[in-house]
Design a protein around this ligand. Sequence first.
Ligand SMILES: CC(C)(COP(=O)(O)OP(=O)(O)OC[C@H]1O[C@@H](n2cnc3c(N)ncnc32)[C@H](O)[C@@H]1OP(=O)(O)O)[C@@H](O)C(=O)NCCC(=O)NCCS
Length: 407
Amino acid sequence: MTEATITGEKTESPTPGTGHEGQTFLVGDEIYLRGIDVADAICAMSWRHSLYPYSVDLNKEWIKDDLAKDDDLWFVIVRKSDDRVVGSVQVEEDGVFFWISAETDRLFGEAALRWKGEAIALVATWIIDERGQTTAYTEIPADETPVIEKLEAAGMRRTVRFRELLERDGQRVDRLGYEYLNRAWMAVLGDPRERRLERTGTGEARPVPPPVTLEGDPPRNAMMVGKRVYLRPEEPDDSIKSALAARQETETFFDIGRHLNSPVMLDKWVSDHEKAELPSWITFTVCLRENDEPIGWVALLDVDYQNRFAETGSFFGSVEHRGSGYGSEAKQLLLEYAFERLGLHMVQSWVYFPNTRSAAALRKQGYSESGRVNWLYSHNGTLGNFVAFDLLAEEWRAMPRQDWTPA
Ligand SMILES: CC(C)(COP(=O)(O)OP(=O)(O)OC[C@H]1O[C@@H](n2cnc3c(N)ncnc32)[C@H](O)[C@@H]1OP(=O)(O)O)[C@@H](O)C(=O)NCCC(=O)NCCS
């Protein structure tokens, strides 16, 4: 390994093609990985995973100010033959779960996909086989065949398919989830694929309640109005009520135990999202039309405006309003907002295995199961799974319209 690559003064070694020499791990057939240097700013548009252009100076600042503080692991993907940086890998650690995101510069053509696949496989096997962690997971576009070949050759397994989640070259493309699980843990806990998913509810999709005709004015500040409930923006007072409801929570199965919230932090979190120009989270308070009482919350999480998808989330802090169809009624208003106002193409949702009520509600709302994401959290002496769902705008539009809510 040459001194130049270690000091970070220069991205390329004095003798191109020798940068990987002496490196003992994370070296593949065509690429190797190394930590990011300030000098990598020179070609950051090849590896920054950004849609937008940034000058070299701005990239230097970003590397020093943001990346240096980032809790995620970041590596550049370097071509062995000439030490050219061609992409990067980001690894987000969330308890037992390691989410790997890799991109290589499309301008390098077909080879870029081989390098991407090689990089993900190197990182996944290093995290699990060498560092002894439990779960490595990645999501990739379904049309990236060279990547899929590399992942499968390394023993990664496909576990979920989100339909039409991405838009590429004018086409909708599925996104696939691949996992690499620790075999030693599997010997103890068994293969999570064999774990049965308990189900409750009828499993039948209900019609979408038709739009209501308002007699008189809409509720104040409402954005979407249904028969029994309406959606409005969150207000500071809602955070106080949510924090109080959390203290009075009686159910423990829908999350990993109960949580205490600070109203100040909740409010800050909500207002930060509301102030953003293109908010990544879009949250609504669900209120009863009869008395304007707030009973819950529905939201679009991690909205991707480029690919036009989001995750949906719901939470009814008021326990007595769970299991009576309010969640599904509010969700239908959120879906109308997502598909008809925001123009999203699809939504996805993730549910803890034990939360059979939430899964039943999603089936009732028209979502389909897209697979599982396994071993995402540790709980009660084992590792827990999520079941994933998706729903396309065109499927939602084709659903019958009929009121099923109680009079
Ligand atoms: C998830 C939630 C938003 C769903 O809203 P909801 O109003 O309860 O949903 P619905 O009443 O429309 O549908 C519930 C479905 O679960 C079934 N169900 C009701 N109570 C249940 C229970 N205690 N356990 C399991 N299933 C139950 C119902 O039979 C119904 O299915 P069906 O109509 O096909 O028979 C709401 O229950 C909630 O806020 N739960 C706590 C937070 C949460 O779990 N959030 C989601 C995290 S992924």
